[in-house]
Design a protein around this ligand. Structure first.
Ligand SMILES: Cc1cc2nc3c(=O)[nH]c(=O)nc-3n(C[C@H](O)[C@H](O)[C@H](O)COP(=O)(O)OP(=O)(O)OC[C@H]3O[C@@H](n4cnc5c(N)ncnc54)[C@H](O)[C@@H]3O)c2cc1C
Ligand code: FES
Length: 585
């Protein structure tokens, strides 16, 4: 009979870590006497970061005495106390390779159900003083697991743990953890796991993404359960493409059409993808900039449409100096902001130069004579700054089920409402509601910061499911730094201290190029030293939160990731440059 050895609780506290402050509830301490367990927490317990921890499906974390013994031996340590692994219940019995997702247990007055393995997160390593801990827990198949509280009640150390029902499908905690994080992801096991009703919605979504990936033809590499999957880039690094023509699209926007120098068709891209250009204006330092493809995705050539920014280094040079016949160094099209197949309605929402990726999607829908309901919602300043007005109108005319709405924020005297634009104003969630855009649609949103700040969240909170709201940001993406207290956001900058003497590292979205130094343990640490926005969770090669495009160059891993990232990507938390690299960060 399994036994509850210790009940451990801890409220979030601020902890100093690598010059930053982390708010975490990972420090749990054993308590004596009966404790009430409620739907969201053990009495006196809390989590610092509710996005990653806590909630109904992650109310109580369980870890086993046998795993304590394993780690004492493996890490040669004898300083562990109950709660050491951030767990609420330290138990004797209930091993990860026997407990199934969906098993139900009674402890004292309360009733519990097993929902998922532990979340892989750097904070257990922080508590343990062992940064590799998140990866070790997965690699050694000893993650521990979460319980949902089916009936609230008091529990107390020393009580027996009585199993009252078995989860279906014989999916143990260790099995399901390996299914997501370790290589393989057998299709049958994914199907079986998805049949377990008790599995938490977050894990179901990850396993469903893996299942879709397994079923896709020309399946993209990488782990779709952990990071967006896209097909591998058509070539590595940069190759020269020839400028076939340059066209003016509006007062501020011009298009550049690129072909292979030998005239052969360039590989097809997916509608919505971007390519990256490397320029050396006047033979000076390289400028690396990305541009979404705006033309039909499979016409054997690529069209970029570029807004000339006031004082913009690359856009200014390209507009002034680029000529038909010139060669441009280009990395292959990539990106996961792509039109997904389906029959449901599609909302293509953009403003300003954000039109480019959604225009490629409109081309793809029109070329396929799609019968889907398509909404084209576009915002421009006025008629002079309205690129692709005719092109988008023609494409929409080929679709049987198309709706169009164009807003001008400052219509010029010559602009006519009803002919050039439909309403004065900006694109907003309120406007979309008034237009009556359909529920259950897939929305693709791209535009200036003001649009991207509010609209996607508003859409996800009202008409559409969050997973159906897709966004592209024309710059550095939002950071994900779980639990780290917000510091004032500084613009990107070279690291302080003497410059490194290693390979050159370019952060393409941030427009920063610096030299590598062995003072950093990983590309993630270098990015952090430059205030380049980054996304991460485990910091040791398990969770893929830090997966980023590797546009050029190669890296060495330490530690080796548990499951490989997609081809053309790297996990920056555990990699260092082997040569000059360009990162999509
Ligand atoms: C995935 C992705 C897709 C993209 N797709 C497109 C696309 O389809 N079309 C497109 O046009 N862009 C696109 N971009 C943006 C593009 O990559 C560039 O960032 C953008 O064109 C600006 O580059 P720049 O060198 O011209 O400007 P930068 O020199 O990088 O300047 C950036 C901004 O700072 C301002 N600035 C610069 N110097 C000064 C100064 N001295 N004083 C005041 N302000 C200053 C500029 O006005 C500009 O607004 C995309 C970006 C990404 C990441
Ligand atoms: S942060 Fe988890 S793999 Fe890099």
């Amino acid at each position: 009979m399994a036994k509850l050895l210790s009940v451990n609780v801890g409220l979030p506290q601020d902890v100093a870590w690598q010059g930053r402050t982390v708010r975490t509830g990972v420090w749990k301490r054993a308590v004596t006497g009966p404790r009430m367990v409620r739907r969201l927490n053990v009495e006196g317990d809390g989590q610092g970061d509710l996005a990653g921890h806590g909630g109904e499906y992650r109310a109580v974390l369980v870890y086993q005495l046998d795993s304590y013994r394993h780690w004492q031996e493996h890490l040669r340590r004898d300083d562990f106390a109950y709660g050491q692994f951030g767990e609420n219940f330290t138990v004797d019995g209930l091993p990860d390779d026997e407990v199934r997702i969906g098993d139900r247990f009674r402890v004292g007055e309360a009733l519990f159900e097993v929902t998922q393995p532990r979340v892989t997160c750097y904070r257990v390593g922080l508590r343990m003083g062992e940064p590799r801990m998140a990866a070790l827990l997965v690699a050694h198949r000893r993650p521990g697991f979460y319980l949902r509280v089916l009936a609230e009640g008091r529990v107390e150390a020393g009580q027996e743990i009585v199993k009252i029902a078995s989860g279906p499908e014989e999916m143990t905690v260790a099995d399901i953890d390996a299914l997501l994080y370790l290589p393989g992801h057998p299709r049958d096991d994914l199907v079986r796991a998805l049949r377990v009703p008790a599995l938490s919605p977050g894990w179901k979504a990850s396993l469903r993404a893996l299942l879709d990936q397994a079923g896709a033809s020309g399946a993209p590499a990488g782990n779709a359960g952990l990071a967006p999957a896209a097909p591998p880039p058509a070539w590595t690094g940069f190759r020269p493409l020839r400028v076939r023509r340059i066209d003016v699209e509006s007062a501020g926007v011009f298009s550049v059409t690129l072909t292979a120098p030998d005239g052969t068709p360039v590989p097809a891209a997916l509608p919505g993808q971007f390519l990256t250009v490397r320029l050396r204006p006047g033979g000076g330092p390289a400028l690396v900039r990305s541009y979404s493809l705006s033309g039909p995705p499979d016409r054997g050539e690529y069209r970029l449409s570029i807004k000339r920014e006031p004082h913009g280094a690359a856009s200014g040079w390209l507009r002034a100096r680029l000529r038909a016949g010139d060669l441009l160094d280009c990395a292959a099209p990539r990106g996961a902001f792509t039109l997904t197949a389906g029959d449901g309605p599609v909302l293509l929402i953009s403003a300003g130069i954000g039109v480019t990726p959604v225009l490629a999607m409109l081309h793809a829908l029109a070329a396929g004579r799609s019968t889907r309901e398509v909404w084209w919602v576009y915002g421009a300043r006025d008629g002079a700054e309205h690129p692709f007005a005719e092109e988008s109108r023609t494409l929409l005319g080929r679709l049987p089920n198309a709706h169009r709405h164009v807003s001008y924020s400052r219509p010029a005297p010559g602009d006519r409402q009803g002919r050039d634009y439909d309403a004065a104003g900006r694109i907003s969630a309120g406007l979309l509601r008034d237009l009556g855009v359909p529920h259950g649609a897939d929305a693709y949103v791209c535009g200036p910061p003001a649009l991207m700040r509010d609209l996607p969240g508003a859409l996800a909170a009202s008409e559409l499911a969050p997973s159906h709201v897709h966004t592209e940001v024309f710059g550095a993406g939002p950071a994900l730094t779980p639990g780290v207290a917000a510091a004032s956001q500084r613009p990107v900058h070279p690291p302080t201290g003497p410059p490194g003497d290693g390979p050159v590292v370019s952060f393409a979205r941030s427009g920063l190029t610096v030299s590598w130094s062995s003072a950093y343990a990983s590309l993630l640490e270098l990015a952090e030293a430059c205030d380049v926005p980054t996304r991460w969770s485990c910091r040791t090669g398990v969770c893929h939160s830090c997966e980023s495009g590797l546009l050029a160059g190669s890296v060495a891993y330490s530690p080796e990731p548990l499951d490989a990232p997609a081809e053309g990507d790297t996990l920056i938390c555990c990699s260092r440059p082997r040569e000059d690299v360009v990162l999509d960060l």
